[in-house]
Ligand binder design. Structure first.
Ligand code: IPD
Ligand code: CA
Ligand code: CA
Length: 265
């Protein structure tokens, strides 16, 4: 299917989502330029932070969506859930990679997924520091700056870069074992601090695979759809976990997926 053949409701949300995410990204970038001056609050731990930037960027995204699609549902990391009165729900992470952002590192992004009747149909990830906009629509492929992208279909696990995320002490043993297995098999572990941006980079063929044992829907739905649409293998996060509970996220290029998966169980 081509993008011009998308259902009208999906096409309209994809167009608006791309506009809104750029606007949100520019606002986030303004905050980033003065990141040292932001007041930082601790959420669940000293590794789980939030600032005015996250809250205000999500507010902007929600306001723009409510204006364009007042009946659609919204789920966002910072401002919770409002129920849908239409078939559509938007899932928002205003800044994914907040730790990178608040430490002055450039690897963070804005993330929007759209569900239709509970199924992810759109994923959009904007990297404001490079100006690159990734998007995918169910059945219509994955794109960076409107040019088709695909996973790396050639490289075996032993030649690939993999992202293994973790941010909690209780994950240390499991994640340590995954990384040990990966390195022993000849893969290399790399991590940029943003699950969504990492998934976009799997979809674009830079990383070969991604795994994190505990993520939320707003971190990974957009990126998992993107990897599938780019020809990769990705878990169905919602079937396993639902919209509001945390769970594992896995995505990989097809030729390395079984071997990488075996390292994560
Ligand atoms: C986090 C990032 C990080 C991952 C964490 C997420 P946040 O999201 O995606 O890479 O390891 O599990 O919570 O807090 O920056 O939106
Ligand atoms: Ca996140
Ligand atoms: Ca976030």
């Amino acid at each position: 299917m081509q993008e011009q053949d998308l259902e009208r409701g999906i096409a309209a949300r994809l167009n608006s989502g791309k506009r809104i995410i750029r606007q949100a990204g520019e606002k986030a970038k303004e905050y980033f330029e003065n990141y040292e001056t932001l007041e930082v609050e601790v959420k669940t731990s000293r590794q789980d932070l939030v600032s005015e930037a996250d809250r205000e960027v999500e507010r902007l995204i929600r306001a723009e969506i409510a204006n364009a699609f007042p009946l659609d549902g919204l789920v966002g990391e910072e401002h919770g859930q409002s129920e849908a009165e239409s078939d559509y729900t938007w899932v928002i992470d205003p800044i994914d990679g907040t730790s990178s952002f608040l430490h002055g590192l450039r690897s963070w992004c804005v993330v929007i997924a759209v569900l239709k009747e509970g199924r992810p149909v759109i994923g959009i990830i904007y990297d404001p520091m490079t100006g690159q906009l990734y998007h995918a629509a169910e059945g219509a492929g994955a794109f960076r700056d409107d040019r088709p992208i695909s996973v790396d279909f050639e490289t075996p696990l032993s030649g690939g870069f993999f992202v293994v995320g973790a941010s909690r002490p209780e994950q240390s043993r499991h994640v340590g074992q995954v990384i040990e297995g990966l390195l022993s098999a000849g893969g290399i572990h790399m991590r940029n601090g943003s699950a969504a941006l990492s998934l976009a980079h799997v979809a674009a063929g830079h990383y070969l695979g991604f795994y994190e044992p505990q993520l939320s829907s707003w971190d990974c739905l957009a990126g998992l759809l993107m990897v599938t649409e780019a020809g990769g293998v990705a878990d169905d996060f919602l079937v396993a976990n639902g919209l509001s509970s945390r769970g594992p996220a896995f995505a990989c290029a097809p030729q390395a997926a079984a071997q990488f998966r075996a390292l994560t169980v």
